[in-house]
Design a protein around this ligand. Structure first.
Ligand code: ZN
Length: 168
């Protein structure tokens, strides 16, 4: 896995992406956006803590590391379902943020050798081992978050300003 610090840092980014999408989809208020951010933060570490039997004293893994809890289709299904039900129940934005966080987690785990079971069987980008290049993962997540937030909330105003500044 990427380090848990990296998962936390990308979780906030996932939360912001989720909040931006939620605010675009439904005429969502601040509470929905806050719930989406919270869901993102919790969801980004979920694939790892979901596989630990934290309710027992020994806290062993109850399933093999990086199997079901890291299953791409499962997270994608939650993403699609919660997107579909947005606006129908006040807790849905949390679920949507949770799904965004989970997907972000899989993306962060993807480059290292153990890989991620997106569909069936693990796949790895084989770029680096755990804990390495966290900065790269976190930086990428935040760039994505800023891009999405800028696009949805500011109609790429800041992106244009940045481009302009770079060209000058
Ligand atoms: Zn993981």
């Amino acid at each position: 896995m990427a380090s848990s610090k990296a998962h936390h840092a990308t979780g906030w980014a996932a939360g912001i992406i989720a909040a931006a999408l939620v605010s675009k989809a439904a005429s969502a208020g601040y509470l929905s956006c806050a719930l989406a951010v919270l869901g993102g933060v919790v969801g980004a570490t979920a694939p790892d803590w979901l596989e630990v039997a934290w309710w027992t004293r020994k806290r062993k893994l109850w399933i093999t590391h990086r199997t079901l809890t890291h299953w791409g289709i499962g997270w994608a299904a939650l993403f699609a379902l919660s997107w579909h039900f947005l606006g129908q129940h006040p807790a849905v934005p949390f679920a949507f943020g949770f799904a965004c966080g989970g997907i972000m987690h899989l993306l962060a785990d993807w480059p290292n050798p153990l890989g991620v079971p997106w569909i069936a069987g693990r796949h790895s980008l084989k770029l680096w081992t755990s804990g390495h290049c966290d900065l790269f993962i976190v930086g990428g997540a935040w760039m994505a978050a800023l891009y999405v937030a800028d696009g949805i909330w500011f109609h790429h105003e800041y992106g244009r300003m940045l481009l302009h500044a770079l060209r000058a």
